[in-house]
Design a protein around this ligand. Structure first.
Ligand SMILES: [Zn+2]
Length: 1014
């Protein structure tokens, strides 16, 4: 879409567009406009009870030249048995565009699988003719700096402007009603001459993306059609929605990893709508969860939270008057995380909204029985849903359209208020440094991980955040804190003043103690400055700041992750600066994508690449797959630089190839005459397999996405493939089993074998299915043969990587002697960020990391380590002396014999260590694990007082100090256990390299290992 930004003459600005704003018009048809009798009859037929409809949707106006949805569907919107593919929805929208001057269709991008996404604008001819000039005004309101923050000028712009309300449908593919509801809504807005609808189209541009998850929609329609063709059989669950993830596609507004997020975000940033409203289905019958129940996201403007209440309550009120049961707001949605798609509007000075409606996961009409929690009356749900009712897709469409039409009416009638608020929120964002602060965030120019830093900054640029770069060093006041374990994040960090970084400690009061006297800090030239005096300052503030969710918060039903602090998860330093002096530093705005420095720095035929855990390094290795590379097993100095353990040494390579690739990837290479004399091992191009189940692919999807983004090739296999392949080692060096969320028994057993086979494959009936992976029957799992094949794979030298709940499979089924696992009973680490400590920095898995790292954690398994199979020796024994004579430090003295010599107590072992084996137990070595086969703890959870980084942590002592990443040698191979999840929602880029290190060093994971002497 191209909108002209040319400023319009003032004369045009003063012509107002809304003749009947604030009109209170009666909902219902215009008696002078004929209705489409047949269509209207079907609406009534498919609506299961009159109270499931409203005067807004119980008829369809007729048009002599504009086709109804029936033209494409062959029946009406919401008809039983009709789920259109995305392409059919688009075909209809384009028919509308051809037939009506009130409809325009815009292509807004493509999906991962190349399918189109569209946005449809519907409004009066008069408004559509003025889109460009209106856009120029909205752009000024969106960035009040352009009018010198002049309220009078803003008022003129508001008076002349009309607002835009952006609706998106079916981001969640199993929630199927929105596309037909939106087809019909577009028709109504274009055709209906009732005063009610005319008022909307004369005052508001309704922008509609009818299908957000296009790839998943088409798969869902395939499944539904398969179900219709096999009415008496069980049908496949929708194992794949989008190409990578399922439900999590609505958690991507932080990481911006998915195309649907980028396409909607870009549409939002281009069109500058005042509302972004997503349509979901899960709750009877219409839950406007926008208002939610708190804690609200702490970074949005309070004006917005008022707007949520205003629109939401009007919505409930209007539909209550229509007599429609089960319409409510509030509920228990907490509105904390900014990861939801709709939240793009919340963090960009718009209004985020979301409906949950009721659906049957397809277009069957069904008798639905609700649970008491769904139908009971509550204070916010005075007219609750019915305990039992027949429900149809048409009912769903009635509710969605009625709710949207009432919202559009309220919004249109108050358009000047919402446009003014839009301006005010932008203005207050720009005034942030003067008001609540901070003044800026700074990402230091001497960042250890310049590549990951650039990646983080590019993500912020994608959000429309402006980034500047210091052209000279500058000094500002920073919050001084006691040194904490996050301070040393990189082995080669020269950051002496890093102790000033803002990392809260376990005690929330600690950061507010009087000892936190201000200090100053100088940042070098080249430091990145994200000024808070910009329109989208709240976006950056919300994403870069720390989160604190009080364990005793009244909200105990936590909806999603409690933390997302981008700097911590990217393992790059981000400093929150409240000192307004930072805004006076010499700087220039960056106008292109942020890139990290690259190139070949010095001359010589041996090339060195420092291992700093920048993700681009793994891409470098795979892009130059025919070039031999080695990893240094110790740090060294060369070419005047310090190189970390794990740094690449390349003895023979084409300099032009190396330069081209390293420039592209933002990697610095150093040429030297001679290779450093340091112990090395080869860094081979490992053959990686990502193994999925047929139970759930959601979490492994983020692994696939991460590997694809970084161009690490991999084979995508299922547990069924592993079950059939007795020689996995011949094909793969590394097999990754990402979290599944179903437990080990389900991974092995699969789904019950009752009933018919459940195919997942491409057929003429299901053309969109089976492309990512296929099977004749989704039910069988890994099975005992698969377990055996995996164990043989490890014995034969393969590396098997398990994460979070899949570690249970490895531990329970004997892959990892010496490791036991317990699940927490008190710990509440609800999608938070915790501090890790490196235990063994010589392990290749830790290459490039410092002594500390923040990782995403969601109540991970608690590991205990032993040197004896099945044993937990030493722990649980009572410490200290027994009852007897003397002081606590004295020995007891039995009477009537000479005192006996008391042996030295066994050395104290740490929580993450195995207890030493008592001599008593060594007499028969049965069960004692040979030193070379003992678990090697690479990373552990920090001490309890240092554990908390961001989010909600309660009962942290239960997991504090326990091992978090363990390398267990087994036969010729290794099993690696992660308690934390290194690949989560495209947000945890700072921990990706723990996995990449395991991959790149798969055949040398024992490097640097010091074995127990006995
Ligand atoms: Zn949903």
């Amino acid at each position: 879409m191209i909108l002209s930004l040319r400023p319009m003459p003032l004369i045009l600005l003063v012509i107002t567009t809304c003749a009947i704003s604030n009109a209170q018009v009666k909902p219902g048809r215009d008696p002078n406009q004929p209705i489409d009798e047949e269509y209207t009859k079907k609406i009534r037929e498919y609506t299961t009870a009159p109270h499931f409809n409203s005067p807004l949707t119980d008829y369809l106006p007729a048009s002599p030249n504009v086709p109804t949805p029936k033209a494409v569907l062959g029946d009406i919107a919401g008809a039983p048995g009709k789920l259109p593919y995305a392409e059919e929805v688009y075909r209809y929208m384009r028919m509308l565009e051809r037939a009506s001057p009130r409809v325009k269709v815009y292509s807004i991008g493509t999906t991962e699988e190349g399918r189109e996404m569209i946005a449809v604008a519907v409004a009066s001819e008069k408004l559509l003719a003025k889109l460009d000039e209106n856009h120029a005004r909205l752009a000024k309101l969106a960035d009040p700096r352009t009018i010198n923050m002049d309220d009078a000028e803003a008022d003129k712009l508001v008076a002349a402007s009309f607002p835009i309300y952006y609706i998106t449908g079916t981001i969640h593919s199993v929630e199927t009603g929105a596309p037909t509801a939106l087809m019909e809504l577009a028709y109504r807005l274009a055709v209906d001459d009732s005063a009610y609808v005319k008022n909307i189209r004369d005052n508001v541009v309704t922008l509609i993306t009818p299908v957000v998850e296009v790839d998943g929609r088409n798969r869902m329609v395939d499944i539904y059609n398969w179900h219709l063709a096999h009415p008496n059989e069980n049908w496949p669950s929708l194992i794949y929605w989008g190409h990578y993830v399922a439900h999590d596609n609505n958690r991507d507004a932080i990481g911006l990893s998915l195309k649907l997020t980028r396409n909607v975000l870009n549409t939002y940033l281009t069109w500058k709508p005042q509302v972004l409203h997503d349509l979901h289905e899960s709750v009877p019958y219409l839950y406007d969860n926008t208002i939610g129940d708190g804690p609200y996201n702490a970074w949005v403007d309070p004006i917005l939270t008022d707007e949520w209440q205003m629109i939401g309550w009007n919505n409930v009120s209007e539909m209550t008057k229509f007599g429609m049961p089960g319409v409510f707001a509030h509920g228990n949605f907490d509105t904390w995380s900014p990861g939801y798609l709709m939240f793009i509007a919340a963090t960009h000075n718009g209004i985020s909204r979301l409906y949950e409606t009721f659906g049957n996961g397809g277009a069957d009409t069904l008798e639905r029985t609700l649970s008491p929690s769904e139908y009971q009356r509550t204070w916010y749900r005075q007219n609750p849903p019915l305990p039992k009712a027949k429900w149809s897709q048409r009912n769903n469409n009635n509710y969605e359209e009625t709710a949207l039409l009432t919202s559009l009416t309220y919004f249109g009638n108050n358009s000047k208020l919402f446009l003014k608020n839009f301006y005010l929120k932008g203005k207050r964002s720009i005034e942030k440094p003067k008001n609540e602060g901070p003044a800026a965030y700074v990402l230091p120019g001497d960042e250890v991980r310049a590549g990951n830093q650039a990646e983080l900054l590019r993500t912020l640029q994608g959000q429309g955040v402006e980034i500047s770069r210091a052209t000279a060093p500058f000094t500002v006041t920073v919050k001084a804190k006691k040194p904490e374990p996050g301070a040393d994040r990189g082995p080669s960090s020269a950051r002496a003043s890093a102790a000033a970084t803002a990392t809260p400690t376990a005690s929330p009061s600690a950061s507010a103690t009087p000892s936190a006297t201000p200090a100053t800090r100088q940042f070098p030239a080249g430091s990145y400055i994200i000024r808070m005096d910009q329109p989208y300052s709240r976006t950056a503030d919300a994403l870069l700041d720390y989160q604190y969710w009080a364990p005793n918060d009244p909200q105990q039903d936590i909806y999603d992750d409690t933390a997302w602090t981008m700097g911590e998860l990217a393992n790059v330093e981000v400093v929150r600066i409240t000192d307004p002096k930072v805004l006076g530093a010499a700087m220039e705005r960056i106008t292109s994508e942020v890139r990290s420095p690259s190139g070949i720095n010095s001359s010589g035929t041996v090339y060195l690449v420092n291992h700093n855990a920048d993700n681009a390094l793994v891409t470098l290795r795979y892009r130059l797959k025919n070039v031999e590379m080695e990893a240094a097993e110790e740090p060294f100095e060369a070419a005047g630089h310090k190189f970390n353990r794990g740094s690449f040494i390349i003895r023979k390579a084409s300099e032009s190839d190396l330069k081209r690739v390293s420039d592209e990837l933002g990697i610095q290479v150093y040429g030297v005459a001679d290779a450093p004399s340091v112990k090395t091992h080869p860094v081979r191009v490992a053959r990686v397999a990502l193994m999925h189940t047929w139970l759930s692919t959601q979490d492994e999807g983020w692994y696939r996405l991460g590997l694809d983004q970084l161009q690490v090739p991999f084979s995508y296999i299922s547990t069924q493939d592993a079950a059939k392949d007795a020689n996995l080692r011949s094909k793969y060096d590394v097999i990754v089993l990402a979290p599944v969320g179903r437990g080990s028994a389900a991974i092995i057993n699969g789904q019950p074998m009752y009933g018919n086979p459940i195919p997942w494959k491409t057929t003429s009936l299901t053309p969109n299915i089976g492309k990512i992976d296929a099977t004749d029957d989704m039910r069988p799992g890994l099975g005992w043969s698969g377990l055996e094949n995996l164990q043989k794979f490890v014995r034969d030298g393969g590396v098997f990587i398990t994460v979070d709940d899949t570690t249970d499979l490895a531990v329970t089924y004997g892959f990892t002697p010496g490791v036991s696992v317990t699940r927490s009973t008190r710990l509440r680490a609800v999608g938070d960020i915790l501090r890790m400590k490196t235990v063994d920095s010589t392990s290749p898995i830790a290459y490039g990391y410092g002594d500390s790292l923040a990782m995403y954690c969601s109540n991970g398994p608690i590991f205990n380590i032993s040197n004896i199979v099945g044993g937990r020796v030493g722990r649980g024994q009572r410490e200290g002396r027994g009852t007897g004579r003397g002081t606590p430090d004295d020995p007891d003295v039995p009477q009537g014999r000479p005192p006996a010599e008391i042996p030295e107590p066994p050395p104290k072992t740490e929580v993450w260590e195995a207890a030493p084996i008592p001599e008593e137990q060594r007499r028969n070595a049965l069960g004692i694990i040979p030193p070379a086969q003992r678990p090697r703890v690479v990373v552990r959870y920090a001490d309890n007082r240092d554990l908390f980084v961001s989010g909600l942590l309660d009962g942290g002592d239960e997991i504090a100090q326990h091992a978090a990443v363990i390398d267990v040698p087994s036969g010729n191979g290794h099993v690696i256990l992660f308690s934390t999840n290194p690949f989560w929602r495209g947000q945890t880029k700072g921990s990706y390299f723990l996995l990449f290190n395991a991959i790149l060093n798969f055949d040398n994971l024992n490097a640097g290992r010091k074995l127990d002497t006995k």
